[in-house]
Design a protein around this ligand. Structure first.
Ligand SMILES: CC(C)(COP(=O)(O)OP(=O)(O)OC[C@H]1O[C@@H](n2cnc3c(N)ncnc32)[C@H](O)[C@@H]1OP(=O)(O)O)[C@@H](O)C(=O)NCCC(=O)NCCS
Length: 219
């Protein structure tokens, strides 16, 4: 093989090896977990070049900031109920407004907020900041309604939504509930399914968006 063909062959082989490492590494980083970081490092190593691993390592902070996406595994959160009308309740409503209402061009009315006096308001604190919330209302026949589930956008995908729902289920049981019910936005149906909820009935519209009724036994 002449030097020309040999160098062409070597370039193509190198490109092919780099492509797999980068494509697979990028796909994995998209999931932002410890497993992803480990796999991406493996792809970097398997490509036999530190430069590929370096590219993958540089890519992550650009996507996820300084915590390299590894904080996804276990953010140090605290969950607790907050009292209706308290300053923390005001912060919860601000978060609900930011995540669930303003993007739809809607806002809470004073009557709506007043009508949830008897409900249980759950907040998720990350340090001093409230990063997640939900509202729980016991109903008849052992049913508990969960609504207003929201996680601050910057920390979504890190298990905070799951922690909130688990907390709500335990609280629902303590309140004597046997079944959790909710109206899920169609975009969040997969989230609830991961946590054992099932769809019931037909798709319907609420606050301008397609929704599904979902339910789970609180065994
Ligand atoms: C939906 C929401 C509450 C989920 O909270 P989160 O903290 O991002 O979710 P988590 O990280 O706890 O995810 C738990 C699991 O559900 C999955 N998941 C999260 N959001 C999902 C979605 N929209 N669709 C499908 N699966 C989803 C996660 O991948 C994770 O899966 P795993 O079991 O493989 O780990 C949050 O993304 C949010 O506030 N979205 C905007 C408001 C909204 O739609 N609220 C629901 C109104 S009904």
């Amino acid at each position: 093989m002449s030097w020309f063909w040999k160098s062409l062959y070597d370039s193509a082989a190198t490109f092919w090896g780099a492509l797999w490492a980068l494509v697979l590494g990028t796909q994995e980083f998209g999931r932002a977990s410890l497993r992803s970081a480990a796999l991406a490092a493996l792809f970097g190593g398997a490509s036999s070049s530190c430069s590929y691993a370096a590219v993958a390592a540089v890519f992550c902070p650009f996507m996820y900031g300084n915590d390299m996406g590894l904080g996804a595994a276990a953010p140090p959160v605290r969950l607790s109920e907050v009292e209706h009308g308290s300053p923390d309740y005001g912060r919860l409503v601000a978060l609900r407004d930011e995540i669930l209402r303003r993007p739809l061009g809607l806002a809470f009315s004073a009557e709506q907020l007043d009508s949830e006096r008897e409900a249980h308001h759950v907040a998720c604190f990350l340090g001093e900041e409230i990063v997640g919330c939900l509202v729980l209302t016991p109903q008849e026949n052992g049913r508990v309604r969960m609504r207003q589930v929201a996680v601050r956008e910057a920390v979504q995908g890190r298990g905070i939504g799951r922690a909130l729902v688990k907390y709500a289920e335990a609280l629902g049981r303590r309140l004597g509930g046997r079944e959790m019910v909710l109206h899920a936005r169609e975009t969040a149906v997969g989230f609830y399914e991961r946590l054992g909820y099932v769809k019931v009935g037909e798709r319907f519209f609420e606050v301008t968006l397609p929704h599904w009724e979902m339910t789970k036994r609180l065994g």
